[in-house]
Design a protein around this ligand. Sequence first.
Ligand SMILES: Cc1ncc(COP(=O)(O)O)c(C=O)c1O
Length: 395
Amino acid sequence: MSQPLVPRILRPRRAAPADAVRPTRAEINLEALRHNLRVVARHAGAARVWAVLKADAYGHGAPAVARTLERGVAGFCVALLEEAIELREAGIVAPILVMGGHYGAAHDEVILRDLIPVVHDAEQIRAFARLVRAGLASGPIDVHLKIDTGIARLGVTMEALPALAAGLSDVPEVRIHGLMTHLANADDGDPGFTHAQMARFDEASALLGRHGVVPGVRHAANSAALLRGQALLDAVRPGLALFGVSPRVDSQALTRELKPVMRVRTELVSLRDVPAGGAVGYGGTWKAARASRIATIPMGYADGLSRQLSNRGHVLVRGARAPIVGAVSMDMAMIDVTDVPGASLRDEAVVLGAQEGPLGRDAIGADEIAAHAGTIPWEIMTSISRRVPRFYREP
Ligand SMILES: Cc1ncc(COP(=O)(O)O)c(C=O)c1O
């Protein structure tokens, strides 16, 4: 694998544990990650696991996650070419599928870095063919072709597929090694739409077969499909489940075996008494109904504690729940610890994950936070910002 000629991909800087001054940090449990891979692999049966590590491995830090999973997976999937390059630069040698389909002026990087591109139109196929003809690769390059079977996002439409398939014999420099689609409703209780998508996918496979194109690997399943045993095919592409998070708020039964990988913790950095009637935070959106003890935590919306959690949701202190009160601000949030006897400065405050303390044991999941914030667990995980250093632990 040659080195690229010019470093043209910009990378955001992520806070490093060694730089951490604030007590706000994300702890990543690598043993839980390995456990989840074992669970996922068992559900996958004969299908091989391609771990989805886009968006910095759903906020867990892609290089460390990739190193931990590398020996147990068939490969990794990312969304961006930049993300694939980050993994290669971290020394990851496993196959990497670039799913987003954006290669800009950097198609050559795909070949130089030994990546597998996903293509979804004839022009992309021709662009890679030109590079092979120019001598950048010694033989044909393998790509995965994405079919739009009903999500209307990326992929060749069923209408455009016949023409694309007919033109493939003109580009022997590119081999359709994989065929993939993405499911729109896999986490829906009703599997009808998934069945319809898979029927279209079979049609697409048959059509390609009539043109002599028989992909070696076909894949469709995300975490929800995989855990429901749907669309397993030759390979599966789980993301969220690997991180121990439920793909759907009401599917706890499906994911009971999984263990959350990320825990986000900080500490109480300020404590004050607020009299009955006193207001807290910007806009005074919370008013004390009784004399209250209010603690400040150094984590705000710029760290990924959604402003939607203002006056909603909880944080764990001493093993008990303390409600978030007032508007979450950029770097800080306030919590009501009136009912947390003994709450003191430097006490640990857990925003995401489990805590055990003198008052008990409790856990706050990404699904619970998502419900309070009016969003989905995927967004909660990927919103923990780069200001929050990731600390890796075993376990
Ligand atoms: C194309 C594709 N495949 C697989 C996944 C993994 O999905 P999940 O995190 O639900 O397992 C995603 C994530 O959204 C995706 O975009």
